[in-house]
Write a protein that binds this ligand. Structure first.
Ligand code: AMP
Length: 448
Protein backbone atom coordinates (compact mmCIF):
# COMPACT_ATOMS: atom_id res chain seq x y z
CA UNK A 1 0.00 0.00 0.00
CA UNK A 2 1.37 3.44 -0.88
CA UNK A 3 1.91 6.01 1.86
CA UNK A 4 -1.07 8.34 2.22
CA UNK A 5 -0.45 11.90 1.10
CA UNK A 6 -2.35 13.29 4.07
CA UNK A 7 -2.85 12.08 7.60
CA UNK A 8 -4.91 13.28 10.57
CA UNK A 9 -3.22 16.17 12.38
CA UNK A 10 -1.11 15.17 15.39
CA UNK A 11 -3.24 14.34 18.41
CA UNK A 12 -6.45 13.86 16.43
CA UNK A 13 -8.00 10.65 15.20
CA UNK A 14 -10.79 9.40 12.96
CA UNK A 15 -13.69 7.83 14.75
CA UNK A 16 -14.18 4.83 12.47
CA UNK A 17 -17.38 2.75 12.28
CA UNK A 18 -16.05 0.20 14.85
CA UNK A 19 -15.72 2.98 17.43
CA UNK A 20 -18.98 4.65 16.39
CA UNK A 21 -20.75 1.63 17.84
CA UNK A 22 -19.23 2.46 21.22
CA UNK A 23 -19.95 6.16 20.75
CA UNK A 24 -23.61 5.52 20.02
CA UNK A 25 -23.91 3.20 22.98
CA UNK A 26 -22.28 5.67 25.36
CA UNK A 27 -24.36 8.60 24.11
CA UNK A 28 -27.48 6.52 24.62
CA UNK A 29 -26.54 5.82 28.24
CA UNK A 30 -25.80 9.53 28.79
CA UNK A 31 -29.10 10.65 27.27
CA UNK A 32 -31.06 8.05 29.16
CA UNK A 33 -29.55 8.77 32.58
CA UNK A 34 -29.60 12.52 31.90
CA UNK A 35 -33.29 12.59 31.01
CA UNK A 36 -34.17 10.38 33.97
CA UNK A 37 -32.65 13.00 36.25
CA UNK A 38 -34.17 16.06 34.52
CA UNK A 39 -31.13 17.23 32.51
CA UNK A 40 -31.74 18.86 29.15
CA UNK A 41 -29.44 18.76 26.13
CA UNK A 42 -27.49 21.87 25.19
CA UNK A 43 -24.99 22.49 22.40
CA UNK A 44 -22.75 25.51 22.55
CA UNK A 45 -20.32 26.61 19.81
CA UNK A 46 -17.03 24.77 19.49
CA UNK A 47 -15.30 28.09 19.71
CA UNK A 48 -15.98 30.99 22.03
CA UNK A 49 -14.58 34.37 22.84
CA UNK A 50 -11.22 33.38 24.32
CA UNK A 51 -11.75 35.63 27.36
CA UNK A 52 -14.49 33.25 28.53
CA UNK A 53 -11.89 30.55 29.05
CA UNK A 54 -9.16 32.88 30.25
CA UNK A 55 -11.38 34.43 32.90
CA UNK A 56 -13.29 31.32 33.85
CA UNK A 57 -10.70 28.57 33.83
CA UNK A 58 -7.92 30.95 34.87
CA UNK A 59 -5.16 32.63 32.86
CA UNK A 60 -2.43 30.80 34.78
CA UNK A 61 -3.72 27.25 34.45
CA UNK A 62 -2.20 24.68 32.07
CA UNK A 63 -5.39 24.51 30.04
CA UNK A 64 -5.29 28.23 29.23
CA UNK A 65 -1.58 28.97 29.40
CA UNK A 66 -0.41 26.03 27.29
CA UNK A 67 -3.32 24.15 25.79
CA UNK A 68 -5.75 26.67 24.32
CA UNK A 69 -6.21 26.42 20.54
CA UNK A 70 -6.56 30.00 19.41
CA UNK A 71 -8.73 30.78 16.42
CA UNK A 72 -8.45 33.89 14.36
CA UNK A 73 -10.84 34.95 11.68
CA UNK A 74 -9.25 36.21 8.48
CA UNK A 75 -10.27 39.79 9.16
CA UNK A 76 -8.49 39.87 12.46
CA UNK A 77 -5.25 38.20 11.37
CA UNK A 78 -3.23 41.21 12.40
CA UNK A 79 -4.71 41.28 15.87
CA UNK A 80 -4.36 38.69 18.57
CA UNK A 81 -6.83 35.85 17.88
CA UNK A 82 -10.19 36.69 19.40
CA UNK A 83 -11.50 33.16 19.82
CA UNK A 84 -10.45 29.81 21.19
CA UNK A 85 -11.68 26.25 20.62
CA UNK A 86 -13.42 25.02 23.74
CA UNK A 87 -11.12 22.99 25.99
CA UNK A 88 -14.17 21.95 28.07
CA UNK A 89 -17.90 22.69 28.24
CA UNK A 90 -18.52 24.43 31.55
CA UNK A 91 -17.45 27.98 30.71
CA UNK A 92 -19.44 28.04 27.45
CA UNK A 93 -22.56 26.65 29.10
CA UNK A 94 -22.32 29.27 31.86
CA UNK A 95 -21.97 31.94 29.16
CA UNK A 96 -25.18 30.56 27.57
CA UNK A 97 -26.98 30.57 30.94
CA UNK A 98 -26.21 34.28 31.35
CA UNK A 99 -26.77 35.25 27.71
CA UNK A 100 -30.24 33.66 27.59
CA UNK A 101 -31.38 35.02 30.95
CA UNK A 102 -31.83 31.53 32.37
CA UNK A 103 -31.80 32.80 35.93
CA UNK A 104 -35.51 33.50 35.22
CA UNK A 105 -36.17 29.77 34.82
CA UNK A 106 -36.97 27.45 37.75
CA UNK A 107 -33.62 26.68 39.41
CA UNK A 108 -31.53 24.64 39.18
CA UNK A 109 -31.18 24.61 35.41
CA UNK A 110 -29.67 21.26 34.48
CA UNK A 111 -27.89 20.61 31.21
CA UNK A 112 -26.02 17.85 29.52
CA UNK A 113 -23.79 18.15 26.48
CA UNK A 114 -21.87 15.73 24.27
CA UNK A 115 -19.21 16.80 21.82
CA UNK A 116 -15.62 17.53 20.95
CA UNK A 117 -13.16 19.50 23.06
CA UNK A 118 -9.69 20.69 22.09
CA UNK A 119 -6.49 20.98 24.10
CA UNK A 120 -3.10 21.64 22.60
CA UNK A 121 -1.46 19.13 24.88
CA UNK A 122 1.45 16.78 24.14
CA UNK A 123 -0.35 13.77 22.65
CA UNK A 124 0.13 10.44 24.42
CA UNK A 125 -1.96 7.43 25.35
CA UNK A 126 -5.42 8.65 26.40
CA UNK A 127 -4.46 12.27 25.79
CA UNK A 128 -5.48 13.84 22.50
CA UNK A 129 -5.74 17.30 21.01
CA UNK A 130 -9.29 16.68 19.90
CA UNK A 131 -11.40 14.40 22.05
CA UNK A 132 -15.01 13.88 23.11
CA UNK A 133 -16.57 14.62 26.44
CA UNK A 134 -20.01 14.25 27.87
CA UNK A 135 -20.79 16.86 30.41
CA UNK A 136 -23.41 17.65 33.07
CA UNK A 137 -24.07 21.04 34.66
CA UNK A 138 -26.38 22.04 37.52
CA UNK A 139 -26.73 25.82 37.73
CA UNK A 140 -28.67 28.11 40.07
CA UNK A 141 -29.09 26.15 43.28
CA UNK A 142 -26.63 24.90 45.85
CA UNK A 143 -27.16 21.94 48.12
CA UNK A 144 -24.97 18.97 49.07
CA UNK A 145 -27.68 16.64 47.79
CA UNK A 146 -27.16 18.05 44.28
CA UNK A 147 -23.45 17.23 44.46
CA UNK A 148 -24.28 13.68 45.52
CA UNK A 149 -26.98 13.31 42.87
CA UNK A 150 -24.66 14.49 40.09
CA UNK A 151 -22.04 11.97 41.20
CA UNK A 152 -24.77 9.36 41.23
CA UNK A 153 -25.75 10.09 37.61
CA UNK A 154 -22.12 9.64 36.53
CA UNK A 155 -21.82 6.49 38.59
CA UNK A 156 -24.96 5.07 36.98
CA UNK A 157 -23.62 5.77 33.48
CA UNK A 158 -20.21 4.23 34.23
CA UNK A 159 -22.03 1.26 35.72
CA UNK A 160 -24.32 0.93 32.68
CA UNK A 161 -21.17 0.87 30.54
CA UNK A 162 -19.76 -1.83 32.84
CA UNK A 163 -16.54 -0.04 33.72
CA UNK A 164 -17.40 1.23 37.20
CA UNK A 165 -15.52 -1.63 38.95
CA UNK A 166 -12.31 -0.47 37.22
CA UNK A 167 -12.58 3.02 38.73
CA UNK A 168 -12.47 4.70 42.12
CA UNK A 169 -14.28 7.87 43.02
CA UNK A 170 -11.83 10.32 44.61
CA UNK A 171 -13.38 13.24 46.43
CA UNK A 172 -12.22 16.32 48.29
CA UNK A 173 -13.40 19.72 49.42
CA UNK A 174 -11.04 22.56 48.52
CA UNK A 175 -12.91 25.22 50.51
CA UNK A 176 -13.91 28.66 49.38
CA UNK A 177 -11.85 30.96 47.20
CA UNK A 178 -10.90 32.76 50.44
CA UNK A 179 -9.45 29.52 51.82
CA UNK A 180 -7.43 29.11 48.66
CA UNK A 181 -6.30 32.73 48.67
CA UNK A 182 -5.13 32.29 52.27
CA UNK A 183 -3.24 29.13 51.30
CA UNK A 184 -1.70 30.87 48.29
CA UNK A 185 -0.48 33.68 50.57
CA UNK A 186 0.80 31.18 53.14
CA UNK A 187 2.68 29.29 50.41
CA UNK A 188 4.27 32.49 49.14
CA UNK A 189 5.31 33.38 52.71
CA UNK A 190 6.63 29.87 53.31
CA UNK A 191 8.84 29.99 50.22
CA UNK A 192 10.40 33.35 51.07
CA UNK A 193 14.15 32.68 51.18
CA UNK A 194 13.67 29.25 49.56
CA UNK A 195 12.90 30.47 46.02
CA UNK A 196 16.38 29.81 44.70
CA UNK A 197 15.97 26.09 45.48
CA UNK A 198 12.89 25.94 43.27
CA UNK A 199 13.15 24.93 39.60
CA UNK A 200 12.55 27.87 37.27
CA UNK A 201 9.03 26.86 36.24
CA UNK A 202 7.88 26.50 39.85
CA UNK A 203 9.49 29.82 40.77
CA UNK A 204 7.30 31.45 38.14
CA UNK A 205 4.26 29.52 39.40
CA UNK A 206 4.91 30.72 42.93
CA UNK A 207 4.21 34.22 41.68
CA UNK A 208 1.35 33.50 39.28
CA UNK A 209 -0.53 30.57 40.87
CA UNK A 210 1.15 29.15 44.03
CA UNK A 211 -1.49 26.40 44.42
CA UNK A 212 0.00 24.72 41.38
CA UNK A 213 3.18 23.97 43.31
CA UNK A 214 1.14 21.43 45.27
CA UNK A 215 0.98 18.98 42.40
CA UNK A 216 4.43 19.82 40.99
CA UNK A 217 6.32 16.83 39.60
CA UNK A 218 9.73 18.46 40.33
CA UNK A 219 11.73 16.55 42.93
CA UNK A 220 13.24 19.71 44.52
CA UNK A 221 9.81 21.25 44.89
CA UNK A 222 8.37 18.09 46.39
CA UNK A 223 11.09 17.99 49.02
CA UNK A 224 10.46 21.61 49.98
CA UNK A 225 6.71 20.99 50.09
CA UNK A 226 7.06 18.43 52.90
CA UNK A 227 6.81 21.12 55.59
CA UNK A 228 4.72 23.59 53.61
CA UNK A 229 1.25 24.72 54.69
CA UNK A 230 -1.55 22.44 53.44
CA UNK A 231 -5.01 23.17 52.18
CA UNK A 232 -6.63 21.34 55.09
CA UNK A 233 -5.33 24.05 57.47
CA UNK A 234 -7.33 26.72 55.66
CA UNK A 235 -10.66 25.06 54.97
CA UNK A 236 -13.49 26.99 56.63
CA UNK A 237 -16.02 25.31 58.92
CA UNK A 238 -18.90 25.73 56.53
CA UNK A 239 -17.03 23.87 53.78
CA UNK A 240 -16.09 21.12 56.23
CA UNK A 241 -19.75 20.71 57.17
CA UNK A 242 -20.79 20.80 53.51
CA UNK A 243 -18.27 18.07 52.70
CA UNK A 244 -19.41 15.87 55.57
CA UNK A 245 -23.00 16.13 54.32
CA UNK A 246 -22.03 15.27 50.72
CA UNK A 247 -20.23 12.17 52.02
CA UNK A 248 -23.21 11.24 54.16
CA UNK A 249 -25.47 11.44 51.10
CA UNK A 250 -23.05 9.37 49.02
CA UNK A 251 -23.17 6.69 51.69
CA UNK A 252 -26.96 6.90 51.68
CA UNK A 253 -26.86 6.32 47.91
CA UNK A 254 -24.36 3.47 48.44
CA UNK A 255 -21.69 5.09 46.29
CA UNK A 256 -18.19 4.10 47.42
CA UNK A 257 -15.61 6.90 47.53
CA UNK A 258 -12.05 7.60 48.62
CA UNK A 259 -11.39 10.85 50.43
CA UNK A 260 -8.34 12.45 48.84
CA UNK A 261 -7.09 15.62 50.56
CA UNK A 262 -4.58 16.22 47.74
CA UNK A 263 -7.16 16.36 44.97
CA UNK A 264 -7.42 19.99 43.80
CA UNK A 265 -8.20 19.78 40.03
CA UNK A 266 -6.39 22.03 37.62
CA UNK A 267 -8.94 24.76 37.01
CA UNK A 268 -9.29 28.03 38.90
CA UNK A 269 -13.05 28.11 38.98
CA UNK A 270 -13.58 25.19 41.34
CA UNK A 271 -14.50 25.61 44.99
CA UNK A 272 -15.60 23.21 47.73
CA UNK A 273 -16.53 19.81 46.27
CA UNK A 274 -14.13 18.37 43.70
CA UNK A 275 -14.06 14.77 42.52
CA UNK A 276 -12.57 12.50 39.89
CA UNK A 277 -13.06 8.95 38.71
CA UNK A 278 -9.60 7.39 38.65
CA UNK A 279 -8.46 4.31 36.86
CA UNK A 280 -7.66 1.85 39.64
CA UNK A 281 -4.41 0.79 38.02
CA UNK A 282 -2.94 4.15 36.94
CA UNK A 283 -4.58 6.55 39.40
CA UNK A 284 -4.69 10.24 38.54
CA UNK A 285 -2.77 9.73 35.28
CA UNK A 286 -5.75 8.78 33.19
CA UNK A 287 -8.85 9.88 35.05
CA UNK A 288 -12.02 9.01 33.20
CA UNK A 289 -13.97 11.96 34.51
CA UNK A 290 -14.12 14.70 37.07
CA UNK A 291 -15.92 17.77 38.23
CA UNK A 292 -16.86 19.98 41.11
CA UNK A 293 -18.58 23.14 42.32
CA UNK A 294 -17.95 26.50 40.67
CA UNK A 295 -19.95 28.96 42.73
CA UNK A 296 -18.20 32.10 41.48
CA UNK A 297 -17.84 31.30 37.77
CA UNK A 298 -21.10 32.86 36.59
CA UNK A 299 -20.23 36.09 38.38
CA UNK A 300 -16.73 36.02 36.86
CA UNK A 301 -18.34 35.81 33.44
CA UNK A 302 -20.51 38.86 34.11
CA UNK A 303 -23.67 37.29 35.57
CA UNK A 304 -25.16 37.82 38.99
CA UNK A 305 -23.82 35.54 41.76
CA UNK A 306 -25.13 32.06 40.94
CA UNK A 307 -23.95 28.71 42.29
CA UNK A 308 -22.94 25.98 39.88
CA UNK A 309 -21.80 22.40 39.76
CA UNK A 310 -20.60 20.25 36.87
CA UNK A 311 -18.69 17.22 35.70
CA UNK A 312 -17.34 15.78 32.48
CA UNK A 313 -16.05 12.42 31.31
CA UNK A 314 -13.71 11.64 28.42
CA UNK A 315 -15.40 9.36 25.90
CA UNK A 316 -12.19 8.00 24.29
CA UNK A 317 -10.94 6.90 27.71
CA UNK A 318 -14.28 5.25 28.43
CA UNK A 319 -14.13 3.37 25.13
CA UNK A 320 -10.62 2.23 25.99
CA UNK A 321 -11.84 0.88 29.35
CA UNK A 322 -14.82 -0.84 27.74
CA UNK A 323 -12.54 -2.61 25.29
CA UNK A 324 -10.09 -3.58 28.05
CA UNK A 325 -12.98 -4.96 30.10
CA UNK A 326 -14.29 -6.89 27.07
CA UNK A 327 -17.62 -5.05 27.07
CA UNK A 328 -19.57 -5.95 23.94
CA UNK A 329 -21.78 -3.34 22.33
CA UNK A 330 -24.55 -4.17 19.90
CA UNK A 331 -23.55 -3.94 16.25
CA UNK A 332 -26.42 -2.15 14.63
CA UNK A 333 -24.70 -1.93 11.26
CA UNK A 334 -25.08 -5.61 10.37
CA UNK A 335 -26.28 -6.48 6.85
CA UNK A 336 -29.39 -8.68 6.95
CA UNK A 337 -29.90 -9.22 3.25
CA UNK A 338 -27.67 -9.03 0.21
CA UNK A 339 -29.55 -9.01 -3.07
CA UNK A 340 -27.64 -10.50 -6.01
CA UNK A 341 -29.05 -10.19 -9.50
CA UNK A 342 -28.19 -10.87 -13.10
CA UNK A 343 -29.58 -9.23 -16.20
CA UNK A 344 -31.26 -5.87 -16.74
CA UNK A 345 -34.79 -7.11 -15.89
CA UNK A 346 -33.61 -8.67 -12.62
CA UNK A 347 -31.70 -5.55 -11.69
CA UNK A 348 -34.79 -3.37 -12.15
CA UNK A 349 -36.93 -5.76 -10.09
CA UNK A 350 -34.25 -5.80 -7.39
CA UNK A 351 -34.16 -2.04 -7.07
CA UNK A 352 -37.81 -2.16 -6.06
CA UNK A 353 -37.27 -5.21 -3.86
CA UNK A 354 -34.38 -3.54 -2.03
CA UNK A 355 -36.53 -0.47 -1.38
CA UNK A 356 -39.37 -2.60 -0.01
CA UNK A 357 -37.02 -4.56 2.27
CA UNK A 358 -35.43 -1.38 3.63
CA UNK A 359 -38.85 0.16 4.26
CA UNK A 360 -39.70 -2.90 6.35
CA UNK A 361 -36.70 -2.20 8.55
CA UNK A 362 -34.34 -4.74 7.01
CA UNK A 363 -30.71 -3.71 6.45
CA UNK A 364 -30.30 -4.45 2.76
CA UNK A 365 -27.48 -4.12 0.24
CA UNK A 366 -27.43 -5.05 -3.39
CA UNK A 367 -27.62 -4.15 -7.06
CA UNK A 368 -24.10 -2.85 -6.68
CA UNK A 369 -22.86 -3.54 -10.18
CA UNK A 370 -22.80 -5.87 -13.14
CA UNK A 371 -20.58 -8.62 -11.70
CA UNK A 372 -21.33 -12.34 -12.09
CA UNK A 373 -23.64 -14.04 -9.58
CA UNK A 374 -20.65 -15.92 -8.18
CA UNK A 375 -18.66 -12.79 -7.41
CA UNK A 376 -21.77 -11.12 -5.96
CA UNK A 377 -22.10 -14.11 -3.62
CA UNK A 378 -18.49 -13.64 -2.54
CA UNK A 379 -19.27 -10.01 -1.83
CA UNK A 380 -22.34 -11.02 0.20
CA UNK A 381 -20.03 -13.22 2.24
CA UNK A 382 -17.56 -10.38 2.81
CA UNK A 383 -20.37 -8.07 3.95
CA UNK A 384 -21.40 -10.87 6.33
CA UNK A 385 -25.02 -10.73 5.27
CA UNK A 386 -27.30 -13.27 6.96
CA UNK A 387 -29.21 -14.11 3.82
CA UNK A 388 -28.59 -13.57 0.13
CA UNK A 389 -31.42 -13.31 -2.37
CA UNK A 390 -30.62 -14.42 -5.91
CA UNK A 391 -32.54 -13.26 -8.88
CA UNK A 392 -31.20 -14.42 -12.25
CA UNK A 393 -32.77 -14.49 -15.70
CA UNK A 394 -34.38 -17.89 -15.00
CA UNK A 395 -35.98 -16.77 -11.77
CA UNK A 396 -37.39 -13.63 -13.39
CA UNK A 397 -38.92 -15.81 -16.09
CA UNK A 398 -40.38 -18.27 -13.55
CA UNK A 399 -41.58 -15.61 -11.10
CA UNK A 400 -39.38 -17.04 -8.33
CA UNK A 401 -36.40 -16.00 -6.19
CA UNK A 402 -33.71 -17.96 -4.33
CA UNK A 403 -33.02 -17.38 -0.62
CA UNK A 404 -29.63 -18.50 0.63
CA UNK A 405 -28.86 -18.85 4.33
CA UNK A 406 -25.21 -17.80 4.40
CA UNK A 407 -24.20 -19.45 7.68
CA UNK A 408 -25.95 -22.75 6.96
CA UNK A 409 -24.93 -22.72 3.27
CA UNK A 410 -28.45 -23.85 2.29
CA UNK A 411 -30.82 -22.34 -0.21
CA UNK A 412 -34.41 -22.64 -1.37
CA UNK A 413 -36.48 -21.24 -4.20
CA UNK A 414 -39.79 -19.55 -3.41
CA UNK A 415 -42.41 -17.56 -5.29
CA UNK A 416 -41.27 -13.98 -5.82
CA UNK A 417 -44.57 -12.60 -4.51
CA UNK A 418 -43.96 -14.32 -1.13
CA UNK A 419 -40.50 -12.89 -0.57
CA UNK A 420 -41.34 -10.02 1.78
CA UNK A 421 -43.43 -11.96 4.34
CA UNK A 422 -40.99 -14.89 4.15
CA UNK A 423 -37.97 -12.72 4.94
CA UNK A 424 -39.85 -10.91 7.69
CA UNK A 425 -40.68 -14.25 9.31
CA UNK A 426 -37.12 -15.56 8.94
CA UNK A 427 -35.56 -12.50 10.58
CA UNK A 428 -38.25 -12.17 13.24
CA UNK A 429 -40.42 -9.07 13.53
CA UNK A 430 -38.70 -8.03 16.77
CA UNK A 431 -35.35 -7.77 14.94
CA UNK A 432 -36.51 -5.31 12.30
CA UNK A 433 -35.03 -1.83 12.39
CA UNK A 434 -38.38 -0.22 11.82
CA UNK A 435 -37.53 3.27 13.06
CA UNK A 436 -38.61 6.03 10.74
CA UNK A 437 -38.62 9.75 11.40
CA UNK A 438 -42.34 9.81 10.76
CA UNK A 439 -43.01 7.17 13.43
CA UNK A 440 -40.91 9.05 15.92
CA UNK A 441 -42.69 12.36 15.32
CA UNK A 442 -46.03 10.57 15.47
CA UNK A 443 -45.08 9.12 18.83
CA UNK A 444 -44.09 12.47 20.24
CA UNK A 445 -47.40 14.02 19.19
CA UNK A 446 -49.22 11.09 20.85
CA UNK A 447 -47.23 11.52 24.05
CA UNK A 448 -48.18 15.17 24.37
P1 AMP B 1 -10.83 17.49 33.10
O1 AMP B 1 -11.98 18.40 33.40
O2 AMP B 1 -9.64 18.17 32.55
O3 AMP B 1 -10.51 16.59 34.26
O4 AMP B 1 -11.38 16.55 31.93
C1 AMP B 1 -12.45 15.67 32.15
C2 AMP B 1 -12.18 14.37 31.44
O5 AMP B 1 -11.99 14.60 30.04
C3 AMP B 1 -10.91 13.68 31.88
O6 AMP B 1 -11.14 12.91 33.03
C4 AMP B 1 -10.58 12.83 30.68
O7 AMP B 1 -11.32 11.63 30.68
C5 AMP B 1 -11.04 13.67 29.53
N1 AMP B 1 -9.90 14.40 28.95
C6 AMP B 1 -9.34 15.56 29.37
N2 AMP B 1 -8.33 15.94 28.58
C7 AMP B 1 -8.23 14.98 27.62
C8 AMP B 1 -7.37 14.79 26.49
N3 AMP B 1 -6.43 15.67 26.18
N4 AMP B 1 -7.56 13.69 25.72
C9 AMP B 1 -8.53 12.79 26.02
N5 AMP B 1 -9.37 12.92 27.06
C10 AMP B 1 -9.23 13.99 27.85
Amino acid sequence: MSQPLFRTPKGTHDCLPEDQQYMTYIKKAVRHRGRQAGYKRIDTPMYENRAIFERGIGAHTDIVEKELFLVSSKQSDDDAPAFALRPEFTAGICRAYIEHGMQQLPQPVEFYAIGQCFRHDRPQKGRYRQFHQFDFEVIGLKDPSLDAQLIQVLTKILDDLKILPRLTLQINNIGTSESRRALAQALQDYFIGKERHLPELDRARLKSNPMRLLDSKEEDTRVLLKNAPTLAQFIDDESKQYHATVLEYLEMLEIPYVENPLLVRGLDYYNQTVFEFWDQSTGAQNAVGGGGRYDSLIELLGGSPTPGLGAACGIERIIWHMKEAGVQVPNKDQVDIFVAQLGPEAKKTCLKLITDLREMGIHTLGALGEASLKSQMRLADKFQSRYTLLLGKMEVKNGTIIIRDMAAGKQKEIKFKDILPTIKKMLGEQNLDAYTLKDQLGKEVDED
